[in-house]
Design a protein around this ligand. Structure first.
Ligand SMILES: [Mn+2]
Length: 311
């Protein structure tokens, strides 16, 4: 396979989640051997270490419900700038969260870089939740429930970047896969905006290959770039307990690997988030190792080569 220049960017963010621990996520991926796993597949890996949030001065929360808004703004700004810069280079960034709020910066930055290359950005959001709350609709106030709405250009996020979002992701270019927990305001907004949603029932009924290949065909036909945002809770908590928001009935080991293997074979993926790993809740590193193994499948690990057969 093609050798990739992979860049690791640590974003030790936990202010978007309801409980502490995601701050340790980037180092857990390092401990679990992410770099050596990718290097063993023939890729070059450069680790930029962990970022620090930008100073935001006196940014104020738009309402009293949202928690840690200034921290969210600081992380969004530094990650947006980093992702926009990496997206303009011939490298593959992997953003190591941190809770899922990091995607406000990573996806918006990748979208900016894609727009500058005249390519549409598509987003595959692998998650138990749709993270499509606005700052007004969130009941918990936990900001890791809002990044997808922000990058899709939903209103009310002024102050997050300190300027309007110039390059939102077209909602129809987003596929949310693996969901099994959506709040009513999110459901209404997802439907209204035409976001693709393949919930667990649809995965049960139609299977990963049919759903994912239809989406990948759309990305390819549009000459799109594809950002993948992998939340630990996409996986069933039996195999991935290290997350603060477990929801039963997630994807199996094989379903998750199949997603990654199909993504690899497509050659369409250009950036990746690994988010919501909470090492404090893990069992002897098994969730961190599974996430690293899934990254391995995305970057070409396979049991056997599968040459196209001609008869
Ligand atoms: Mn999430």
């Amino acid at each position: 396979m093609e050798r990739q220049e992979i860049v690791l960017v640590g974003a030790p963010v936990e202010e978007g989640a309801g409980r502490k621990g995601c701050v340790m996520g980037p180092d857990a991926y390092r401990t679990a051997g992410l770099a050596v796993t990718l290097e063993a597949l023939g890729h070059a890996v450069k680790d930029l270490g962990n970022l620090k949030p930008a100073q935001t001065g006196n940014v104020r929360a738009p309402n009293g419900t949202v928690k840690n808004f200034a921290a969210y703004a600081g992380w969004t700004r530094v990650l947006h700038a980093q992702a926009a810069a990496l997206g303009s280079k011939n490298v593959f960034p992997i953003y190591l969260g941190g809770d899922h709020s990091i995607a406000a910066g990573t996806v918006s930055g990748q979208a900016k870089a894609a727009a500058e290359r005249n390519r549409p950005l598509f987003v595959l959001w692998l998650d138990a939740h749709s993270d499509f709350h606005t700052l007004d609709s969130t009941a918990s106030g936990n900001l890791h429930g809002t990044p997808l709405a922000f990058v899709a250009g939903m209103p009310g996020f002024d102050g997050l970047l300190g300027q309007a979002l110039a390059h939102p992701v077209t909602p129809q270019n987003i596929e949310v896969m693996g969901v099994r927990s959506i709040d009513d305001p999110e459901r209404a907004l997802l439907l209204d905006q035409g976001v693709g949603v393949s919930d667990m029932r649809r995965i049960d009924e139609e299977g990963i290959p049919a759903i994912l290949s239809a989406f990948l065909n759309r990305v390819k036909a549009a000459n799109g770039l594809l950002h993948v945002s992998l939340d630990v809770d996409f996986l069933d908590p039996e195999i991935a307990p290290a997350v603060g928001t477990t929801v039963p009935g997630g994807t199996t080991f094989r379903e998750a690997h199949l997603v990654m293997e199909m993504l690899h074979d497509s050659g369409l993926v250009s950036s990746l988030d690994l988010v919501e790993l909470n090492p404090f809740l893990d069992e002897r590193g098994k969730t961190a190792r599974l996430m690293v193994d899934l990254a391995g499948s995305l970057f070409g690990r396979r049991v056997f080569d599968r040459p196209t057969r001609s008869f």
